[in-house]
Design a protein. Structure first.
Length: 59
């Protein structure tokens, strides 16, 4: 996804998917739907959670 770095940065700020979508639309001219941002943000969140669980097991 072309906006991956932007989404990752704002997820670290714990912003909602709605807010991420609004920022992408306003600041970056995003032409996709809210639902596509929502799905992508959820996938990234789950992936990051799994990674942190695996890290804690390995330590």
């Amino acid at each position: 996804m072309a906006y991956h770095q932007v989404i990752v940065a704002v997820l670290e700020q714990r912003l909602s998917a709605k807010r991420i979508y609004q920022d992408l639309d306003t600041d970056h001219g995003f032409e996709g739907s809210y639902w596509s941002v929502n799905r992508y943000a959820k996938r990234l969140h789950k992936l990051r959670s799994l990674i942190s669980i695996h890290r804690s097991i390995l330590i």
